[in-house]
Ligand binder design. Sequence first.
Ligand SMILES: NC(=O)c1ccc[n+]([C@@H]2O[C@H](COP(=O)([O-])OP(=O)(O)OC[C@H]3O[C@@H](n4cnc5c(N)ncnc54)[C@H](O)[C@@H]3O)[C@@H](O)[C@H]2O)c1
Length: 410
Amino acid sequence: MDESLSIERGGERIDLGRRRFLNSAVTGAALAWAPAMMAAAQEQAAAAPDVPAGKKIKVGLIGCGSVSGSYLPNLRDTPWVELVSVCDRIPDRARRRAAEFNVPHAFPDVDAMLAGPPFDLLVNTTSMPSHYPVNKRALQAKRHVWSEKPMALDVAEARELLALAAANGVRLWAAPTCVLSPQFRFMADAIAAGKLGRVTAAHGTYGHNGPSWSAWFYEKGGGSLYDLGVYNVTTLSGLLGPVRAVVGMTAVLNKTRKVDDKGEIAVEADENTMLIMDHGNGVLSHVQTGFGYFDGETAPARERKLYTIDLVGTEGAMHLQGWDWGPAAVDVATPQRTTLTPACREPWPDGWQGGARYAARCLLTGERGLITPEHGLHVLDVMNACHESQRTGRRVAVETTFDWPIIKPK
Ligand SMILES: NC(=O)c1ccc[n+]([C@@H]2O[C@H](COP(=O)([O-])OP(=O)(O)OC[C@H]3O[C@@H](n4cnc5c(N)ncnc54)[C@H](O)[C@@H]3O)[C@@H](O)[C@H]2O)c1
């Protein structure tokens, strides 16, 4: 199995199925306009400046829990990355990851790591409540930062991080990487080319029965929206534009949960969330996410049939097969072809766990890239507006914005 194309979910390693995909015949004829768009996407990717030969970005990764098991092999196997340090406040976790991935230095806290052997890019895979303080310390120390999502829990804190990065001449990125997939580009191009007519509405969904390994997912600062809904909010705002207002409802489903690190805990964060977004000009979208979802289809991401993103316009509809962090294809119907037909089955070698590798590449090539801190800040603002809507029972205006469209029309 190709390690970089597998993920850990709920303590299980899931094969994203690249080999199986490559070995299987591509089913269904692509729409007439689809190959042209895919060719254009490949052309644009090929036009990106190459990584200068022999140059490497030195990386320190902090947070040696579940997701580091997906990030570290990806970084170890990236020719333009040198892994210098790992860190975890549970020192044994850092030591074990260092041994497993041949990383020369292991530290028990961020300050010791920053004071240790120099590195350029801090990769933050700590728990969500630790993102802001860790990101801030790294930016203050003039390190570039790739942060797992969200970059902070509070919009004012996220703004502070953006200002700090600008003041210190370093770059800041936050997961997720959904806007980098070939399927995202395909959908963005189709919308911009008017293939769906006037796009009016969209829906995103992502849920499972909740992580079992760490309590923080259910404590204040955790929750299904920050952990899972964040992918759909990124995709839908990325495709339909900045959100202007939000109405949301959230619910706690279980008084208590049993988790590996703390036993039985009280659940404080959202486990069931509905979010309606107004993108302006009459365009509305909706995200549903939760930690109480039976994930009905167990096929690997690239073989999934279930739709997780649906886009509807006056002249067509598109449905994303697989997740937006692990997409399989885009099914399309138009007046010319009213049967849903799969298009854009392109593999996405970097995948969701390739964000830090992408950031390192941008640092070496000087590319601006498609993931911006302003978009990350906006996504946080939208999610917090959802929580505010739940608290107040009101529609909440969103003030932050970002440079859109992300994929510039030719
Ligand atoms: N687990 C996954 O499959 C997955 C997938 C995609 C994204 N993510 C995201 O990755 C992040 C981490 O998730 P996880 O599942 O790996 O969590 P986890 O609880 O398994 O691991 C987090 C690790 O960070 C360490 N940590 C927390 N605060 C720290 C600090 N201040 N200094 C040093 N170490 C600290 C903890 O000790 C722990 O080992 C979250 O933002 C999550 O949303 C996880």
